[in-house]
Ligand binder design. Sequence first.
Ligand SMILES: [Fe+2]
Length: 277
Amino acid sequence: MSLKVEAIKPAVGAIVHVDRSQILGKAVARKCLELIERHGVVVFPRAGLDNEEQKIFTDNLGASVSFTSNAPGSGDKSGGYNITLDPKINNEPEYVQGTFFWHLDGMPMANIAPPKASVLSCRRKSATGGQTEFASTFAAYDALSEEDKAEYGRLTVVHSLVAGVREVKAFDELQPHMRTRKAERPLVWTYPSGRKALLIGYTADEVVGWPKAEGRALFARLLEWAAQPAFSYRHQWQEGDLVVWDNCGALHRVIPYSKDSGRLMHRTSVAGAELAA
Ligand SMILES: [Fe+2]
């Protein structure tokens, strides 16, 4: 396998150059898993995978998981999720508009472990907006003081879908099953390798045992910390680009784009595993 890796910034992001004929091989998948844990997000420029090929690529990374089967504008037979604001395909755009705000996928889903990785392909890009930004929660954790690391390591956070879409959808406008969707997660997520990441984002609703306002203030500070330029990267999509990120190691959000932009993305997800205590 011939593969060249080019770091984007020291703390976040890498571009992977690999021959198109090798991208669906197991060796590339192994390397990709190593790279997302190191760099948070990796870009395969103009990979040009179709839905079936993206499924093969995703399956090589681990068991796939679909946590958006109930979401409007949802999936297809390959288990992927088509992300669009086109009203002909998606009649409830608020769930996609929720992605205008920093988040980690799957956080409010109590019945699943946080997904391991997300895989996103650009089918059609928007002429304006539509770039995806990433902020490394690995880098954000690593740069904390030892005192903060120790304190945050003891905290548990409630993530809710209500909090995740609060900027675009009022509570009483949500479908009833969406109103109760929440899960408790540790603020500091530890990998088998010892790598640690902060589980934050707009879905973070409160710190267990803290007054709500104090928890929200902490989340706001940590989001700003994680999104500082040294820890974040904005991807300017080209059609066919494939971007893979460690779902707990990289917050993401999209720069707003319009319903008639034609933007169409295809996302697949790799299941995570709860860690032994
Ligand atoms: Fe997302």
